[in-house]
Design a protein around this ligand. Structure first.
Ligand code: NAD
Length: 526
């Protein structure tokens, strides 16, 4: 599977390079990772874990990508994901290359203390290979701000010790701001006092704080108290709505101003949908699969933007809420695509009410899943609610379907049942290549993962900027910058897709690879 992922990623890139007619030398260069760091972490006599950090490409800037803990982590998987990070960072115009890391373990089998040990050992090995201007890891599957904090602690501790030795040997510190003695660093205590027990001078304190923040910028996705950014947690989900909104407004103005120019034969701009759509943001219905970090913040932001979220789900299933005016109809088994059936009942989207997202999140936190979050007196007010399966959710005739959980959920087995007009790929790879092609030909607009969920890495970039510049952004500034970068990237990708009459996915890859090619040419003085 992991090698399949790598082969598929390579094939996609090869196809696009061929179409763009880029030189073979560039193809060989871009498909090959720059560094594969592979090692083993020994927890005790019996438990050893395979660990990786693969630095795929640094043409555009420092390596950037998450660290995942999962039993299925393998070299092939990490290599494929590191290559996709190079594509993603290039596509949205970030000054980053691509990397990915992972440990092949099931975190549920370890105690918290053991997990901390493994995380610290991972960083101990990687210290020479990472850094604020060299390679900047972040959380990924099964890792979070807590794990990143352990890693940051270990990184700061080791870097500080090294600097102390350098100073003793009277080595003149280099330009790297990691030249700071932080051996007494303890994140539980007041950093200023520990760093400067003797000096009460404000300037010195400020300086040392900046240096500490700089070191911490070797990681993103940190706790806010340790240099993390307030907006980072929600950046992926929020970012998805920003991209969706930008694309809808472009489709709308295109449909309005350019109706006559829309090629009725074009599969991508299928006139049928343009005619049928009410592109007003307020009126669009949405179903979201996955109610974790990405799905929840997407739902929350979408609600704030007056989208109508009519169904959400988690691994145990989904929920809908019936309008009290709904009257039971007997399923007529007609082919009306606006109707859908759940159990023995037949619905229209208009029979459903918008879900109260904050209330549902509260309920999920209390209950552990969405399953009972619709009608249990007092816990939430979702009377009229019903439970649906994930497959039923995917087949609902909504305007917008948002797979935010797993890869490959829309595939050859269910692609014919999909009735949504837009799919926003918030998870990584939720639509298989085969389903992507089938649905795109049918006229469904699919906003590809590389763009749709890039708010996460853009949020990381903004957090990193704060650390290396020693200047905190206000929440508003952070949110505005996230929006600016996403809208600019969406604009470029959308315009290419329209100009070249290609899907958004093809356009994302073309934009990314052309940017990398320009940088490569400059490097080779071509
Ligand atoms: P998460 O663990 O917080 O949430 C995952 C959600 O999916 C949970 O609600 C879980 O119950 C649900 N789920 C699991 N199995 C399911 C199934 N079989 N059917 C339906 N729902 C199921 O994860 P997340 O951080 O929200 O990430 C979700 C996806 O987004 C992943 O593909 C991840 O790689 C991708 N992604 C996440 C980020 C980020 O910043 N978190 C960034 C980019 C991409």
């Amino acid at each position: 599977m992991s090698n399949e992922l790598l082969e598929n990623a390579k094939l996609t890139i090869k196809d696009i390079l061929k179409k763009l007619d880029l030189p073979k030398d560039f193809q060989d260069y871009i498909l090959k990772p720059e560094n594969i760091i592979e090692f083993e972490i020994k927890l005790d006599k019996t438990r050893k874990y395979k660990a990786f950090r693969i630095q795929h490409n640094s043409l555009l800037g420092p390596y950037k990508g998450g660290i995942r803990f999962h039993p299925q982590v393998s070299k092939g998987e990490i290599q494929a994901l590191s290559m996709l990070m190079t594509i993603k960072n290039s596509a949205v115009d970030l000054p980053y290359g691509g990397a990915k890391g992972g440990i092949s373990l099931d975190p549920k089998e370890l105690t918290e203390n053991e997990l901390e040990q493994v995380s610290k050992k991972y960083v101990r090995f990687l210290v020479p290979f990472i850094g604020p201007k060299h390679d900047i890891p972040a959380p990924d599957v099964n890792t979070n701000a807590k794990i990143i904090s352990w890693m940051v602690d270990e990184y700061v501790k080791i870097k500080s010790k090294k600097e102390k030795v350098k100073r003793k040997k009277n080595i003149i510190p280099g330009s790297d701001s990691s030249d700071v003695d932080l051996t007494k660093y303890d994140r539980e205590s007041n950093v200023n006092q520990i760093l400067n027990p003797a000096s009460q001078r404000g300037e010195q304190v400020k300086d040392d704080n900046q240096k500490l923040n700089y070191l911490r910028a070797a990681f993103t996705g940190k706790n806010v108290s340790e240099g993390g950014a307030q907006g980072k947690e929600s950046a992926t989900g929020k970012g998805g709505v920003i991209v969706l909104k930008a694309i809808l407004s472009k489709l709308k103005s295109q449909a309005k101003n350019n109706k006559s120019q829309i090629n009725s034969k074009s599969k991508i701009l299928n006139q049928k949908y343009f005619g049928a759509w009410n592109l007003d943001f307020d009126a669009l219905s949405v179903a979201i699969q996955g109610f974790g970090n990405v799905g929840y913040f997407f739902a929350d932001e979408a609600t704030r933007n007056n989208l109508k979220i009519i169904s959400v789900s988690d691994s145990k299933g989904g929920i809908i809420k019936l309008n009290p005016k709904y009257e039971v109809r007997n399923p007529k088994r007609t082919k009306n695509s606006n109707l859908f059936r759940i159990s023995n009942l037949e619905f229209r989207v208009s029979d459903l009410l918008s879900l109260d997202i904050p209330l549902i999140m509260d309920c999920k936190k209390k209950k552990g899943s969405l399953a009972g979050c619709y009608c249990v007196g007092g816990v939430c007010d979702l009377s009229g609610g019903r439970q649906i399966s994930n497959e039923e959710l995917l087949a609902m005739p909504v305007d917008i379907l948002v797979p935010s959980a797993l890869e490959n959920v829309i595939n050859r087995h269910n692609m014919v049942k999909i009735k949504a007009k837009i799919i926003v790929e918030m998870a990584n790879g939720p639509v298989t290549d085969e389903a992507y092609e089938y649905l795109t030909k049918k006229g469904v607009i699919i906003i590809p993962d590389v763009l749709a969920n890039s708010g996460g890495v853009i949020g990381s970039y903004l957090e990193w900027l704060q650390g290396i510049n020693g200047k905190k952004m206000s929440d508003l500034e952070y949110a505005n910058k996230l929006k600016q970068i996403l809208e600019k990237a969406t604009d470029k990708i959308f315009n290419r897709s329209r100009k070249e009459k290609i899907s958004l996915k093809q356009a994302v890859y073309e934009v990314a690879l052309l940017r990398l090619y320009e940088a490569w040419k400059k490097n080779h003085k071509l």
